[in-house]
Design a protein around this ligand. Structure first.
Ligand code: NAP
Length: 477
């Protein structure tokens, strides 16, 4: 169902689409497929709701966000199952994602109270300058399937906290999770029209948002290819745009690092969500003298990973999202092997027995990777970890920066000066220093170069939903 102007409804056309479980191939839902007219109604509802919502006090908006957070918190178990069935990640990861999603609601509910302005010394004795902040207006939000709940609240929470109203289009692979979030919004009593949900084909959902002069901001998380296209389309109505796009994270291990910790970190960063996160390690660079022990420790730890249906206890790696994703992982491995890589473990599709109807790929580690391989350039978005070697700090930095992407990067070393030197030289928006999991609600998440524009999270994330207004007063003296 679509959620428009505070009511659940079918698409005007009556069209629907099916949702499938990537672990089993089963159909698990059928949802409305919005037509352009549905999206236009959602935009109109958001426009009508905007003046009243923007006028609420910060404490009132905080109250709504807090209620949504509480409802979701109380449903963690049920929601985790929806996420696992819909996109495959293991239940424990789904619960972790729900925790992060709630953190955004909690944090931005509080942040609504801290939208401050400025007073500025004037240039004349009879003048006064005040700068205020106002919500930008109606926001169009577009989210991916790999974090089907956290990517939604990472946009909704700051937008609503700032006083904006929203039309959200989730990925077509994961509309059921989005529906659960909007049920919580509805039950929390958020006024009608403030948050609207449309799902279906991009042309009928995102298309009207891009064309509408009413939508003043687009916030998109997804691939670099689509992000660039939306950036171009936004020019016609000069919308403010924030883009959280693809990544190609380097993971640098220096010889002085704690190798046990580094190998555990590389596995956590690479194989979380079966390798389908934008901050997943895509290239592991290990200093020459420790390549052999590091690879051995990693191979040993890989034996503990269990692949399977994420609903089953003990499974750490679920299926990939679809056949295309499976093909990409296979293509990256085949290309790497052809160009001289060797397989330490995995390297193949799993398609028999319990895996027969899903999209499973064996967790893979490759040795002797080089920058001539596809895996060094293209986002793999699958459970394949290539190990490259380097000799000096300069070489590690040069190789790590040799990509069009610039989202997350990781450095493992015990040398304090090196931590700063390398972190400052890396052309990335995020650097995890001996830390494979840096994402939290209060810090700025986002990339440079072709990984995007803008930041989500923390005090920085609300900026994109606000405009400055300069008030100049001339007084009678
Ligand atoms: P995607 O194919 O770009 O899709 C993202 C969203 O855009 C979905 O809602 C999708 O709708 C919609 N979309 C697809 N084609 C469109 C078009 N022509 N015009 C307008 N909208 C369109 O990306 P994805 O496969 O879902 O997600 C994986 C990508 O997201 C990876 O590159 C990953 O790195 C990136 N990502 C980035 C971050 C970050 O914060 N930087 C976080 C998570 C993921 P449909 O589902 O209906 O096609």
């Amino acid at each position: 169902m679509l959620y428009i102007d505070g009511t659940w409804q079918s698409a005007e056309s009556g069209d629907t689409f099916l949702v499938r479980n990537p672990a089993t191939g089963e159909t698990i839902g059928e949802v409305a497929s919005a037509a352009e007219r549905d999206t236009e109604r959602a935009i109109a509802a958001a426009q009508a709701a905007f003046p009243q919502w923007a006028k609420l006090t910060a404490k009132e908006r905080y109250g709504y966000l807090k209620r949504v957070a509480e409802i979701l918190r109380g449903r963690t178990e049920q929601l985790a199952e929806v996420i696992t069935r819909e996109m495959g990640k293991p239940l424990a990861e789904a619960k972790g994602e729900i925790g992060l999603a709630i953190d955004y609601l909690d944090w931005y509910g509080e942040e609504a109270k801290r939208i401050y302005g400025d007073t500025i010394p004037a240039s004349a004795p009879d003048k006064r300058i005040i700068v205020t902040r106002q919500p930008i207006g109606v926001v169009g939000a577009i989210t991916p399937w790999n974090f089907p709940i956290a990517m939604i609240t990472r946009k909704l929470a700051p937008a609503l906290a700032a006083g904006c109203t929203v039309v959200l289009k989730p990925a077509s692979a994961t509309p059921l999770t989005a529906i659960e979030v909007f049920k919580a919004i509805d039950e929390a009593g958020v006024p009608k029209g403030v948050a609207n949900l449309v799902h279906g084909k991009p042309a009928a959902t995102v298309g009207p948002m891009m064309n509408s002069p009413i939508v003043r901001k687009i916030t998109f998380t997804g691939s670099t290819e689509i992000g660039k296209e939306l950036y171009r389309q936004a020019a016609d109505t000069l919308k403010k745009v924030s883009l959280e796009l693809g990544g190609h994270a380097p993971f640098i291990v220096f010889a002085d690092a704690d190798l046990e910790r580094a190998a555990a970190g590389a596995i956590a960063s690479k194989f979380r969500n079966a390798g389908q996160t934008c901050v997943c390690t895509n290239r592991i660079y290990v200093q020459q003298e420790v390549v052999e022990p590091f690879s051995r420790i990693m191979a040993e730890k890989m034996k503990q990973l269990k692949v399977g249906n994420g609903l089953e206890a003990g499974v750490n790696i679920g299926p990939l999202i679809n056949r295309q994703a499976l093909e990409k992982a296979r293509e990256h491995v085949e290309d790497a092997v052809q160009k001289g890589a060797t397989i330490i473990c995995g390297g193949h599709v799993l398609d028999s027995g319990e895996f027969a109807n899903g999209y499973f790929f064996a967790p893979t580690v490759l040795a002797h990777a080089t920058h001539e391989m596809k895996i060094a350039r293209e986002e793999t978005f699958g459970p394949v970890a290539p190990i490259f070697s380097f000799s000096t700090e300069e070489e590690a930095i040069r190789l790590a920066n040799d990509t069009a992407y610039g989202l997350a990067s990781y450095v493992f070393t015990r040398d304090g000066s090196r931590m700063f030197r390398v972190a400052e030289a890396l052309e990335y928006g995020i650097v995890g220093i001996n830390d494979p999991m840096p994402t939290v609600a209060q810090a700025p998440f986002g990339g440079v170069k072709e990984s995007g524009i803008g930041r989500e999270g923390g005090k920085y994330g609300i900026e994109d939903y606000l405009e400055y207004k300069f008030l100049s007063f001339q007084l009678e003296m």
